[in-house]
Design a protein. Structure first.
Length: 49
């Protein structure tokens, strides 16, 4: 197991974490009802009917 030898600076930590961001999910309109849904997923509004 790797053991940290020196403390990382705030800048170094921030550089490493630049890619740790959340992306908003891609949404498309359902062709039958017009509700927004994820592509290649079942529309929840149509499923409830």
């Amino acid at each position: 197991m790797a053991v940290q030898q020196r403390r990382n600076s705030k800048t170094r930590k921030a550089k490493r974490r630049t890619h740790f961001k959340l992306d908003a999910p891609t949404l498309v309109k359902c062709t039958s009802c017009g509700e927004y849904k994820q592509p290649h997923h079942l529309c929840l509004a149509c499923k409830a009917k």
